[in-house]
Design a protein around this ligand. Structure first.
Ligand code: FES
Ligand code: FES
Length: 154
């Protein structure tokens, strides 16, 4: 069993410490937002925030996040359901196509904007290494710029 703060709540996840975090989240915590893509930290579909850092959950063990703060795509909105600026911008720009990879993009974009509030295209391309088979990259870039503007408006 591992205790952690997950999407704002202190939880005990009943799974072995060496279980990959992705599968502990999906199978034991019931959070299906993080997706399996490559399993080798390349595609980004499984990304979650660990203490605010965008982290591939496929190669992170459950034990490695003991006592830490994990946020999945399900935890990006405020407790009252208000969407984050990134989520709102994703809708405004209609960023997803099939949607499979998008939870990881939302997480990576959230982490980027915390670090770089108004990123350039080059900074976006350097920071967001997620892979999208549908090729949503131009929309993602637009959505991140829009999210930056929304955040600046407060
Ligand atoms: S499934 Fe984790 S990075 Fe691809
Ligand atoms: S939206 Fe389809 S794989 Fe990214």
């Amino acid at each position: 069993m591992v205790s952690l703060t997950l999407n704002g709540r202190l939880v005990d996840v009943e799974a072995p410490e060496d279980k990959p975090l992705l599968w502990a989240l999906r199978e034991d915590a019931g959070l299906l937002g993080p997706k399996y893509g490559c399993g080798i930290a390349e595609c980004g579909a499984c990304r979650v925030l660990v203490d605010g850092q965008s982290t591939p959950s496929c190669v992170t063990s459950l034990g490695a996040v003991a006592g830490r703060t994990v946020v999945t795509v399900e935890g990006l909105a405020a407790p009252d359901g208000t969407l984050s600026a990134v989520q709102q911008a994703w809708i405004d720009e209609q960023a997803p196509q099939c949607g499979y990879c998008q939870p990881g993009f939302l997480v990576a974009a959230t982490a980027l904007l915390e670090r770089v509030p108004d990123p350039t295209d080059a900074e976006i391309d350097a920071a967001i290494t997620n892979i999208c088979r549908c090729g949503t990259y131009p929309r993602i870039r637009r959505a991140i710029h829009r999210a930056a503007a929304l955040r600046a408006e407060g």
